[in-house]
Write a protein that binds this ligand. Structure first.
Ligand SMILES: *Cc1c(COP(=O)(O)O)cnc(C)c1O
Length: 374
């Protein structure tokens, strides 16, 4: 069955690779001769355990996760982790948060309920319109020596701001572990685990269906949960039970596992795996930003060094054209380009599953629309 689908630029839940969805459809009623859908299997049965073990091993391999980190498949989403992280890691003490956009700001607000939060830096404080357009230099962050951890969001989905490399807290004289919210660029590029204590991601941007939350945490950080932390959200309990303390999001883990396999065999520009998808992401983003920068109708205001490869917000200089732009895009099979309500304008999310052809189609529409209206 060959289905031609439009290009979906949704920020999340977002597009998944066609091959993965086709395989899910094929296996829906009978997973590999088991006579069951994955949704109907016991999470403790040998069929599902094999799915879980493969997903864990493939992710560890893809992201080169060292053996002293545990991979947890949880629930609660990114916003759940905004509470679960301080419940597990703050010890009720000091938490420093670097605010580079809407998500890190939200994380700081939630952590305040459990810890003594201080904003180590706020990217909007230097912007006249209080927009998030840049990442403050790590050397300017006000980090406390007794911080239990430092939180950063490494890709700000709404504002389109991405860390191109992780801060080295130790080089800044800070021994606290770094916690990263990498929800919207997970498995799009490598992670330098030497700089990380814990990482979390909702699955629905780059990994699979909503409902699965990925946590990767260094072993020595387990066992610090506050007494009020729900057992099902205590990293140590979840780790000791191999993510089976309670029923994990089984179908989400299965789809994520297929995405990891798709990534492992992904080939592009003479590379394979994560290096290949990263290169395609670089090429897609470069094409789109070059088009925006070369135009007099569109603009992206984020500082060049921290522009996101995954989420590209842009504005039409004449905002009265917004509705016509979106309607024309839909006619061409370019879906969900409307920007987040807090920022306005447009946003193209070009996660791993977006092919180069999707960005090429968007670019040719941008140019045609500008010729008509510029
Ligand atoms: C989408 C997103 C979240 C929120 O995830 P939910 O699963 O909706 O709770 C958190 N952080 C970032 C960076 C995101 O992009």
């Amino acid at each position: 069955m060959l289905v031609v689908r439009p290009f979906n630029f949704s920020a999340g839940p977002a597009a998944l690779p066609d091959e993965v969805l086709s395989q899910v459809a094929e296996e829906m009623l009978d997973w590999q001769g088991s006579g069951m859908s994955v949704m109907e299997m016991s999470h403790r049965g040998r069929e599902f355990i094999s799915i879980y073990e493969a997903a864990e091993a493939d992710l560890r391999d893809l992201l080169q996760v060292p053996s002293n980190f545990r991979i947890l498949f949880m629930q609660g989403g990114g916003l759940g982790e905004n509470a679960i992280v301080p419940l597990n890691l703050s010890r009720g003490g000091a938490v420093d948060v670097v605010v580079t956009g809407s998500w890190s700001k939200k994380s700081a607000g939630e952590a305040k309920r459990y810890a003594d939060v201080r904003i180590a830096a706020d990217a909007a404080s230097s912007s006249p319109e209080r927009r998030y357009l840049d990442i403050p230099a790590p050397s300017s962050w006000r980090l406390r020596p007794d911080a239990a951890y430092v939180h950063v969001c490494t890709n700000e989905t709404i504002d389109g701001v991405e860390f191109q490399s992780l801060p080295d807290l130790r080089a800044l004289g800070c021994d606290a572990p770094l916690v990263i919210d990498f929800s919207s660029h997970v498995v799009s590029r490598p992670v330098d685990w030497r700089k990380v204590g814990a990482a979390f991601a909702g699955a629905q941007k780059n990994i699979g269906p909503a409902g699965l939350t990925l946590v990767i945490v260094r072993e020595d950080l387990l066992g610090r949960a506050l007494p009020i932390c729900p057992s099902a959200f205590d990293y140590k309990i979840v780790a000791e039970a191999e993510s089976m303390y309670n029923t994990p999001p089984t179908f989400g883990i299965y789809v994520a596992g297929l995405v990891f396999q798709w990534l492992k065999r992904f080939a592009y520009a003479g590379r394979t795996g994560l290096a290949a998808i990263e290169q395609r992401n670089i090429d897609k983003a470069a094409l789109l930003y070059a088009t925006l920068d070369g135009s007099s109708l569109y603009e992206n205001r984020v500082a060049t060094p921290c522009r996101s490869r995954m989420n590209v917000p842009f504005f039409l200089r004449d905002e009265r054209l917004n509705d016509a732009f979106l309607a024309g895009a839909r006619e061409r099979g370019l879906l969900q380009l409307k920007g987040h309500k807090s920022v306005g304008g447009m946003r193209a999310s070009i996660y791993n599953a977006m092919p180069l052809e999707g960005v090429q189609a968007l670019v040719s529409y941008l140019k045609d629309f500008e010729t008509q209206h510029g």
